[in-house]
Design a protein around this ligand. Structure first.
Ligand code: KG4
Ligand code: ZN
Length: 401
């Protein structure tokens, strides 16, 4: 089965094409294209993601990325270029009524090439920034229509962004080729999902059945990194910058920070108090030298990592998890990976840790294609009312409870 996926939930525009077959754990995946453009440098001026700018950039990037993805996968062929019938053109125009500027480039692109051998279109339907999400959703709907038959568009698979982050941890490359497989795991899996918008502890009894055990009560871990970086006048995104500086930092008695909720019995976390503690340090101390900034970054990262690692261990013990996975942008953090690996080794030997390739920690479209394949293969495609209500969408069976 071949899937084209689109991800536009935040400030990364991404498209991938995979060819996959087999039932987990015997799943084989060929990554035919995996293309991404980051808007981070544009949003840096605002110190965070500006939703309408993200929407505009996604709309500008998507036709360009789509062409690159088709070329990369070898589907930019012109033996029998597709002609979209007038009725379908009219439907596509209706679908794109919020993005009229996309009609011409998309139709032009689709009609430049043969119909690609794509079986389904996957798209992130949330969570994310609403204006940004809709561009991806509507382009996915338009493509499903353009490449489908008059009364049977290609199946459209709405994917939860966090499930994408969760599942991509299992994707492993076979050597240097585009061939991939999924790591074999024991269930239940405990996932720590740490992104710019979410911090969640999720228990999965199967690859596709998840229970939320705990989450942040205020800021997400990535958001805390970004806000603290902004307070320190460091560039956006703050996570990688703080991590870089922390490498040069050291323990410093002036910058000791709290570990909020680290001993609470539940599986929730909170980072706003930690952020405020940094704010008070910056307010009460004279302007920091570069060396002091590095020390503050070091301590802030230690505080976040401490809390996340201790809560993950608590979740593993409480729920008898046999595997731990990491996902989301903050899971690129090397210190978090090391500290979690060490703590699991010492306190819960036998529990496996599976981490994503660092390049798949942050947002990408491959994770959306992977989740879509696993859901299609298991006949567990979620319904999503706004997509269905928007019409012209074929959706699979409802998620089994
Ligand atoms: O998953 P993601 O790419 O986008 C969302 O779904 O939000 O996560 C982005 C977040 C940002 O807050 C960024 O600062 C953080 O992940 N991040 C990191 C690192 N790389 C990205 N945080 C800490 N250490 C890193 N190395
Ligand atoms: Zn994300």
């Amino acid at each position: 089965m071949r899937i084209l996926s689109i991800e536009t939930s935040c400030d990364e525009t991404a498209i991938s094409i995979i060819e996959a077959h087999g039932t987990y754990p015997d799943t084989a995946i060929i990554v035919e294209a995996d293309i991404l453009v980051s808007q981070a440098s544009l949003h840096a001026a605002y110190g965070g993601v500006f939703p309408n700018l993200a929407r505009r950039e996604h709309a500008k990037n998507l036709p360009v990325l789509l062409r690159q993805a088709l070329e990369k996968a070898g589907y930019a062929t012109t033996r029998n270029p597709h002609v979209i019938p007038p009725t379908l053109r009219a439907q596509i125009s209706t679908i794109l009524h919020r993005e009229p500027e996309l009609f011409d480039p998309l139709v032009h692109l689709v009609e430049a090439f043969d119909v690609p051998p794509i079986d389904a279109i996957a798209v992130t339907f949330g969570p994310g920034l609403e204006p940004a999400l809709w561009v991806g959703i509507n382009v996915a709907r338009a493509l499903a229509c353009a490449w489908g038959d008059i009364d049977a568009p290609l199946p459209l698979v709405p994917i939860d962004h966090m499930e994408g982050h969760l599942l991509i941890a299992l994707l492993k490359k076979d050597g240097a080729s585009s061939q991939h497989h999924l790591a074999t795991t024991s269930f239940p899996i405990l996932s720590l999902l740490v992104s710019g918008g979410h911090t969640e502890f999720v228990l999965s009894d199967t690859l596709l059945s998840h229970t939320l055990l705990g989450e942040t009560r205020d800021d997400a871990a990535g958001e805390a990194f970004d806000k603290v970086a902004r307070m320190m006048e460091l560039p956006y995104p703050g996570g990688p910058e703080i991590a870089r500086r922390a490498l040069q930092g050291k323990p410093n008695a002036t910058f000791v920070l709290p570990r909020p909720m680290v001993d609470s019995k539940d599986l929730d976390v909170s980072f706003s108090g930690l952020k405020t503690a940094v704010l008070y340090k910056l307010r009460d101390l004279p302007p920091l030298s570069e060396e002091n900034k590095n020390d503050l970054c070091y301590e802030f990262q230690e505080a976040v990592v401490d809390v996340l690692v201790k809560k993950t261990l608590r979740a593993v013990k409480q729920h008898g998890a046999k595997t731990v996975t990491l996902g989301g942008g903050v899971s690129a953090n090397t210190r978090l990976r090391e500290a979690l690996a060490r703590a699991l080794d010492e306190e819960t030997p036998g529990v496996a840790l599976v981490v994503p390739d660092p390049s798949y920690s942050t947002d990408n479209a491959l994770m959306i294609a992977l989740a879509a394949y696993l859901r299609l293969e298991a006949h567990l495609v979620p319904t999503h009312e706004p997509l269905v209500a928007a019409g012209n969408v074929r959706i699979g069976p409802k998620v089994r409870q």
